[in-house]
Design a protein around this ligand. Sequence first.
Ligand code: TXA
Ligand code: MG
Length: 307
Amino acid sequence: MQAAAQTLIAGHLVAFATETVYGLGADATNSEAVAKIFAAKGRPKDHPLIVHVSSFEAALQWADEVPDYVGKLADHFWPGPMTLILRRSALATDDITGGQDTVGVRVPSHPVAQELLAAFELLGGKGVVAPSANRFGKVSPTTSDAVWQELEQHLSVDDLILDGGQSSVGIESTIIDCTSAHPQILRLGAITASMISAATSLQLKNDASEIRVSGSLESHYAPTAKLVLNQTANAGDGLIALQSFQTPKGAIRLAAPATSEEYANQLYLALRKADELGLSRVVAITPEGDELSEAINDRLMRASYKS
Ligand code: TXA
Ligand code: MG
C-alpha cells in the first residue's frame, strides 16, 4: 500500500479494487497523471472523473456550498457505492471536472481502496481520480484479471494493479446530483431512490438534467457479442438469467444468479465470459421487482444498444 501510494504521488497510475468495479487511479491534483488516465482509457477529454477519498471530511475539501442533506447521505452510505456531485472548490480543476463547476466525490468501502487512499492521504495526497478501469465504452472490470485484459496494452511499467478479489456490488456507484435543494439520481446503482429519500427525508428531484454523465451515453458497458434482451436463446447463444429461468437446449449459461444482488455481482463477468468464448449473441433475461433490478436493467439496456 505504501509503494502504491508512492506510485500515485510520483504521477503514475494505480488500478485498484473497489466494491463497485475496479478503478484506474491517478493523483487528482497532478494534471499530467490525470492525462494518462484519458490516454489509457481512450476516453474523450471532456468526460469528468470521480475523486476518491478516505472520508467525508476529505471529500469536503473538494466541494463548496454543500447542502445539509449531503451530511445525511454521507452518514448513511459512506464508505460505500455512492458518488455525490457537489459544487467544486478551487482544488477541483477543469481537467477532472470536464470544465464543469461541479465535482464528483466518493468514499469507497473496499479495504484495498480504503487502505490505498489512507496511505496516499498520509503522504499529503488530496484525492485519487478513478474512472472504471476499462477502455472507453466497454464493460467495467470487476476483477484484476479483467483490468489486465482491458489495459495491458495501455499501462506503463511504472503503473500498478492492486488485486482485491471480485467486486461485491458489481455495478458502478449510484451518482446523486447534490447541487440543488433536492437530490437527484444521475446514474442508478445499489444505493436506491427509496434509500436516499429515507436517509434525507426529502423527495428526489426528477428533472432532465444539464449535467453530462458518460454512463448516460446510450451505448455503454458493451461486450463484443451482440446482447439482446428477453428473447429466446437459441443453441449457441449465451444466456444470462435468474436461476429460476431454465436454459433452453443448446444455449450456453453464462450466469444463474439467485437474487438481484447476485445478478449485479455476476453481470459484467458473464459479459466478459461471452467474449472469451467468442459467442456472437447473448440473451439476457431482465430481472424485475426491486430497485436494484432497475439499476441492472439500465446497464443491460445500454450494453445491448448498438447505434
Ligand atoms: O463505482 C464507480 O463509480 C466507479 C468506481 C471506480 O468508483 N467509477 C466509475 O467512474 O464508474 P466512471 O468514470 O467510469 O464513471 C463516472 C461517471 C461518469 O459517467 C461521469 O460523467 C460522471 O461519473 N461524473 C463525474 N463527475 C461528474 C460531474 N461533476 N458531474 C456529472 N457527472 C459526473
Ligand atoms: Mg465507466
